[in-house]
Design a protein. Structure first.
Length: 276
């Protein structure tokens, strides 16, 4: 599933191609892809793309026109965007097409079909329960502020730190890959109770998380299977993984075999010697 670095990369590469351009028409080959707001589809033609941004793992496209609207896309496991030339036909997994001035066609494709689009008025975005409960952005708060936020969120809770990082209410945009990588860099065992982390632990974790996310964004994200940016390019950060997907291999720090376990229902890899 695309996580914060992958969605951020898609936003940046998509913004280069469509910002300020007009939507001339649209096609919806898979109507079920529009999870909410289908009644607003007729208002899209004639609108201009005023902004493209990310919140957590969501891609938010703001449109200005007869009526200002927001298209909120959740890519889930295999959702992706490409800008194709004029007359490019819809493909097997194409869910939504925006025909843009100049003849280009923006495809929202999703092989696994879990991704979706919600069309909303700006005032309705904050009322969307999923959006309203999202936690802080890890790259927007100062490290000490995010550490304090996490300390408050973890206090008194009987939950592992790995599960706590995956909970979007605690911190936004983190998934399995970057939780494992950040915990390794911070030398914190993933099954450790979140409430047991002291201020120094939390500071180390926040700094590790920020470093990992920024490095991944700089390398266009991680391409495990299907992920590509909006230019069709694969990411490269998977070549720098320390633990994710490396169960049974040697730890790059101490040389001991990495351990694979399941935490919060997710495959988790860590080093029993380096992470405490």
């Amino acid at each position: 599933m695309p996580e914060l670095p992958e969605v951020e990369t898609i936003v940046r590469t998509l913004k280069e191609q469509i910002l300020g351009r007009r939507i001339d028409s649209l096609e919806v080959p898979k109507p079920e892809a529009v999870q909410a707001g289908a009644d607003l589809l007729p208002a899209l033609p004639g609108s201009k793309v005023a902004d493209v941004r990310r919140r957590a793992k969501l891609l938010l496209m703001r449109l200005s026109g007869k009526e200002d609207l927001i298209l909120a896309f959740h890519l889930k496991m295999t959702g992706r965007f490409f800008v194709h030339p004029e007359n490019t036909p819809a493909m097997k997994h194409t869910r939504l097409i925006l025909n843009i001035d100049g003849g280009d066609r923006l495809f929202f494709d999703d092989m696994r079909t879990f991704g979706y689009c919600r069309i909303m008025r700006p005032a309705d975005l904050a009322d969307w329960p999923f959006y309203a409960t999202l936690g802080p952005e890890p790259l927007e708060l100062a490290p000490e502020e995010l550490a304090a936020s996490l300390q408050g969120a973890f206090q008194g809770r009987k939950i592992s730190i790995k599960a706590a990082l995956l909970d979007q209410r605690n911190v936004a945009g983190i998934g399995n890959i970057y939780a494992d990588e950040a915990l390794f860099r911070a030398r914190i065992a993933p099954q450790r109770p979140a409430s047991s982390l002291n201020p120094a632990d939390l500071r180390a974790l926040v700094c590790a998380l920020r470093e990992i996310l920024l490095r991944s964004i700089a390398e266009c994200g991680s391409s495990i299977r299907d992920y590509r940016d909006a230019f069709g390019r694969a990411g490269a950060f998977q070549n720098s993984f320390s633990v994710y997907g490396r169960g049974g291999q040697n730890c790059l720090s101490c040389g001991n075999a990495l351990k694979s376990v399941r935490i919060a229902g997710r495959g988790t890899v860590y080093c029993r010697h380096c992470q405490k």
